[in-house]
Design a protein around this ligand. Structure first.
Ligand SMILES: [Zn+2]
Ligand SMILES: [Zn+2]
Length: 150
């Protein structure tokens, strides 16, 4: 995972260079996205922003997300069961590990699949814009919590 502080400065610079307005709400949103601990959904970002900026609307969140997506500064991961989640820390296609019980989403940063998009790009000359390489299972906490779902 990239240093969240550096990643934040990077996104801010891109937005400034493109002449985008940096409202306090937007900055708060960038802060959440550059960490991307947990890969929040738009609703989860909204809940966090609204605590500090009650006038923010979900539409604003979606608008900023699509702006960032179009600029290649955030990567959208879509799950059939959980909808769209966003990663601003690693804004390029990468594999994820998902707990089917608590919904935790982790970046897969080790093993043979960690850099698979970059490797495919290197070997084929493709610019990989999307991939859906996701591994599902139960996280250690959920395994301890007892009954795994059938
Ligand atoms: Zn879990
Ligand atoms: Zn990720």
């Amino acid at each position: 995972m990239a240093d969240p502080q550096k990643r934040l400065e990077q996104i801010i610079k891109v937005l400034k260079d493109k002449g985008c307005r940096l409202t306090p709400q937007r900055l708060a949103m960038l802060r959440i996205l550059s960490k991307s601990a947990g890969h929040p959904s738009a609703e989860q970002i909204y809940e966090q922003i609204r605590a500090d900026y009650p006038t923010t609307s979900l539409a604003t969140i979606y608008k900023t997300l699509s702006l960032l997506k179009n600029m290649g500064e955030v990567f959208e991961v879509t799950f059939a069961s959980m909808g769209s989640h966003y990663d601003g820390n690693k804004p390029y296609p990468h594999p994820h590990l998902i707990c089917t019980k608590c919904g935790q989403i982790l970046d897969l940063e080790f093993g043979p699949v960690a850099g698979i998009s970059q490797e495919i790009a290197r070997q084929t000359g493709y610019k990989i814009t999307h991939q859906q390489l996701n591994f599902y299972g139960l996280c250690p906490q959920c395994q301890q919590g007892g009954q795994a779902p059938e």
